[in-house]
Design a protein around this ligand. Structure first.
Ligand code: ZN
Ligand code: ZN
Length: 234
């Protein structure tokens, strides 16, 4: 058994999802990186799923969800979007790391099985085709593919198309972000009465996800929820 384990270790060493160093088999993180990973847990916003700090006392909704119109019903994320979570997402975004994508999808599914299982259809948040051309793939598609496989819920990546090449949202105010993604998407197919699960890598203000939800709802979707790998603090 020990020999077999060493052989497996040697052929398929498990790698830390953050730094990429070899870890013990079955481990997601090395001991150093494990200390820096923050799983989203209670208390989190009951709408967007962001982690809430102690200033919220017993409030269950983040400031953004209290003050902004949200077109999605609810969302959940796996990790707080800190530097470690950023490294994980970069592995998916820059390297199309199948191993990390699969692990993140499995973690999302294990953690939010009931939430995910209520959907009829999985839809990745689309990238503009020029970005797909440059990268060769759409990162949210990789995660969607594995969640669809694990949950056996069908996925359709062609439902929403990004028609406007939006500028990067980083360093923009909420209002600029909302303006930036406005009319950036079209819905191509019939989504009437469907319960849709959007999948993306990160949620910051939620402007992109909300805009996608809005257009899906306008086309008759019954509800729109989302999951992401990371989300910022609520
Ligand atoms: Zn590590
Ligand atoms: Zn919220």
């Amino acid at each position: 058994m020990q020999i077999l384990k060493s052989v497996i270790d040697w052929i398929f060493p498990d790698k830390c999802m953050v730094c990429g160093k070899d870890t013990e088999i079955g481990s997601l993180f090395c001991s150093e990186c494990f200390g820096n990973i923050v799983f989203v847990d209670f208390p989190y916003c009951r709408i967007c799923g962001k982690l809430l700090d102690t200033s919220y006392n017993n409030e269950l909704t983040c400031k953004m969800c209290q003050n902004t119109e949200r077109f999605f019903e609810a969302g959940r994320s796996l990790f707080l979007y800190n530097n470690s979570a950023k490294s994980i997402i970069m592995r998916i975004k820059k390297e199309a790391d199948e191993h990390v994508s699969r692990k993140c999808s499995q973690l999302l599914y294990n953690r939010y099985e009931n939430f995910i299982e209520k959907a009829d259809l999985i839809v990745p948040v689309p990238s503009h085709f020029s970005r797909i051309l440059r990268r060769g793939f759409n990162p949210s598609m990789l995660i969607s593919k594995y969640i669809a496989k694990i949950s056996e819920i069908p996925m359709d990546a062609k439902i929403i198309k990004r028609i406007k090449r939006t500028e990067y949202q980083k360093n923009k105010t909420l209002q600029e972000r909302q303006e930036n993604v406005k009319d950036a998407f079209v819905v191509n197919k019939n989504v009437k009465n469907k319960r849709i699960l959007l999948v993306d890598d990160v949620m910051t203000t939620g402007s992109t996800i909300s805009e996608c939800s809005k257009i899906l709802r306008e086309h008759g979707a019954k509800s729109v929820k989302f999951v992401t790998i990371g989300s910022t603090m609520g």
